[in-house]
Design a protein. Structure first.
Length: 307
């Protein structure tokens, strides 16, 4: 059985890597990194399990790809808007009249537009600059802000480090599933116990990752084909921690309101038509069952602040 990651080994797949390295899956699960625009289709074709952005998953289901989401990896979007601290741009309203670097039709593009619309800010007065979404472009003054992933920012030990302001869509009422776990419909119907087992392993993998960095970082640093830098890994894990372990939340849990928000902003962006209703593509039962069978998985003790 394959568990496909939409992107290279790294902090955003720490739960999967930990589960694999620590043998938390009871069945034989092969982890493989596979970046591809048709990632969701590939998972469906291989009758596999995958992890990708909620944005990419939902658009694929609307195109008829037979897959079902069963849990979240990042419970919220990892998209953020970055400005230089010295610019004084700290709130969405400060971006009116400014240049914003972005990537076309990306999750960030859609989430940014939805945030500005929700706040009633004039998007027509913002100059969006395609393919200028790098921290280099921001530092060089080519743009006033960039839309990028929270874990992509330079860490304090990097030569590229510069003090930044971070604007998070979550702080302005935009909550959508970030990274989601999904499987081919065939697998959901024919091998539900395999999915339940994988989900339990993933939850334990994320618990291991965040219970103690002194234990998990060395395991993760040696997990990929190329070794990962332990300091960088730790920094990225800290950046994404609230997305995996929100205060008062459970690992993997998502709710219907986040999915509805994502559907609405994709329709607002005219990226597709909802041909398949959410009720047919998002399953909540696997999560409920896993937490009911193993109440210890939801125990808050593991989430005392970093040891």
């Amino acid at each position: 059985m394959k568990l496909l990651l939409d992107g290279p080994h790294g902090a955003r797949f720490a739960g999967e890597l930990s589960a694999s390295r620590q043998s938390y899956f009871s069945s034989r699960i092969e982890l493989a990194a596979q970046s591809d625009p048709d990632f969701v289709q590939i998972v469906a074709r291989q009758h596999a399990i995958g992890v990708t952005s909620g944005h990419k998953f939902l658009l694929a289901t609307w195109r008829g790809v037979p897959v079902t989401a069963f849990a979240a990896s990042f419970l919220d979007t990892s998209v953020a808007i970055f400005t230089l601290e010295s610019s004084g741009l700290r709130r969405p309203a400060d971006l009116v009249g400014k240049r914003v670097g972005y990537r076309r039709a990306s999750e960030g593009d859609v989430v940014f537009d939805a945030m500005m619309a929700q706040l009633g800010l004039p998007r027509s007065q913002i100059t969006k600059v395609a393919d200028r979404d790098s921290f280099d472009a921001l530092r060089a003054g080519e743009v006033d802000a960039i839309i990028a992933a929270i874990d992509a920012q330079p860490d304090p030990t990097s030569s590229a480090f510069v003090k930044l302001n971070v604007i998070k869509p979550q702080d302005y009422g935009i909550h959508v599933p970030g990274l989601v776990y999904f499987a081919s419909n065939a697998l959901v119907h024919e091998q539900p116990s395999t999915i339940a087992d994988v989900l339990q392993g993933l939850i334990r993998g994320w618990q291991f990752t965040y219970a103690d960095y002194a234990r998990s970082v060395p395991v993760l640093a040696g997990a990929g084909p190329g070794s990962l830098n332990p300091e960088r890994l730790r920094f990225e894990l800290q950046q994404q921690r609230p997305l995996v372990l929100p205060t008062g939340g459970r690992i993997g849990d998502y709710d219907e309101s986040r999915w509805r928000t994502l559907r609405d902003i994709l329709l607002f962006a005219k990226l597709g038509e909802e041909d398949v209703p959410l009720a047919q593509t998002v399953n909540y039962q696997f999560l409920r069952d896993v937490y009911r069978r193993s109440p210890d998985l939801a125990a808050p003790g593991a989430w005392s602040e970093e040891k």
